[in-house]
Design a protein around this ligand. Structure first.
Ligand SMILES: Nc1ncnc2c1ncn2[C@@H]1O[C@H](COP(=O)(O)OP(=O)(O)OP(=O)(O)O)[C@@H](O)[C@H]1O
Length: 314
């Protein structure tokens, strides 16, 4: 179990993490999401005692990291996959790590097999690909057979097979009753891996919810409508809380009205609909929607136009 209580970290004027509280429970994979610069890495470093909070406190399995007598057995982490002595082999890197906490050679060989590095374990880690480096980082995190695992972007640099492997690994670790907190930018992957999400933006908590609820909350009542009379339908749907976006010719995305209501309005006015589909947002869309105000660097977004307003956004 991981607990953050009002965690705050300031760097001079900049507040990287702002009064952040959450609990990560064992048994499910929890995704840790947020736009670039949201404070994910800073939070993870504070959970691991690598950064001191300006205020608040963090606990892993009931105690702060520093209070654990054998921290590698409590929490395994991979923050930067490349924090490896590049001249050492994967085997010797792990052996050196193991030696500091009395972990056996047998366990070193076990984790090497677990992450699929058996054939290259005696090679210099400096020559490893990004994906192999990630596997080595994960091996290091699992060395102490920890009850809690914290991984920052573990899928980085992995090919599709590697991504599938990490998904199954994380789910397996959670199924064994471990606490698994994992950050990622790969939303589609997170949707398949995580059951629960903690989403932050500008250092603050945006959501602490299940993946299903997160998506449902963001999806709102978007309905996809296809018709040859898009402009006319747009005027007919006009209302104070209704927004219509034209994504392509003849296709409208409507929010603020149910598909039932849209269908009735169209029928009343003889507008023929070729499609009327309530939309399920992807995790990516839900994430973009809920963190829109929290991103640091923003590209111009697609324009939304009130139905019946000055026209449709292209
Ligand atoms: N050592 C530091 N000194 C000053 N500012 C820092 C330091 N570390 C992080 N920051 C700032 O704190 C904020 C949060 O950074 P952090 O790396 O935790 O975000 P992140 O969510 O992990 O981002 P990314 O997804 O890009 O990795 C950023 O604005 C960053 O510039």
């Amino acid at each position: 179990m991981i607990e953050a209580h009002s965690l705050t970290k300031r760097y001079g004027e900049r507040t990287a993490v702002d009064d952040l509280s959450f609990t990560v429970r064992p048994g499910v994979v929890t995704g840790f999401l947020g736009p670039n610069g949201a404070g994910k890495s800073t939070t993870m470093r504070m959970l691991l005692g690598l950064d001191a909070p300006t205020a608040g406190r963090a606990a892993v399995n009931g105690r702060s990291y520093a209070e654990h007598r054998a921290p590698l057995h409590e929490v395994g982490a991979m923050l930067e996959a490349r924090s490896v002595h590049t001249g050492r082999s994967a085997y010797h890197h792990l052996l050196a790590l193991a030696a500091t906490t009395g972990i056996s050679k047998r366990r070193v060989n076990e984790v090497i097999d677990l992450v699929g590095l058996g054939s290259v374990a005696r090679k210099r880690a400096g020559g490893f690909s990004l994906g192999m480096g990630q596997r080595l980082g994960i091996a290091g995190a699992l060395l102490g057979d920890p009850a809690t695992v914290i991984l920052d972007e573990p899928g980085n640099g992995l090919d599709p097979e590697g991504i599938l492997w990490i998904r199954n690994l994380l789910k397996g670790l959670a199924a064994e009753g471990r606490t698994v907190l994992v950050s990622s930018h790969l939303m589609s992957e997170m949707a398949l891996t995580a059951e629960h999400l903690i989403v932050i933006g500008r250092g603050r908590l945006i959501a602490d919810t299940s993946v299903a609820e997160f998506v449902a909350q963001a999806a709102g009542d978007v309905v996809r409508v296809r018709t040859d009379e898009a402009d006319r339908l747009c005027s007919l749907l006009a209302g104070p809380d209704v927004a219509v976006t034209a994504l392509e010719a003849g296709v409208l995305h409507v929010t603020g009205l149910s598909s039932d209501r849209i269908g009735r309005i169209a029928a009343e006015h003889g507008v023929v609909l070729a499609e009327l589909t309530p939309q399920q947002a992807s995790l990516e869309e839900a994430f973009m929607e809920l963190t829109r105000d929290a991103v640091e660097f923003q590209a111009p977004a697609a324009r939304l136009v009130e139905a019946g307003g000055k026209g449709l956004a292209a």
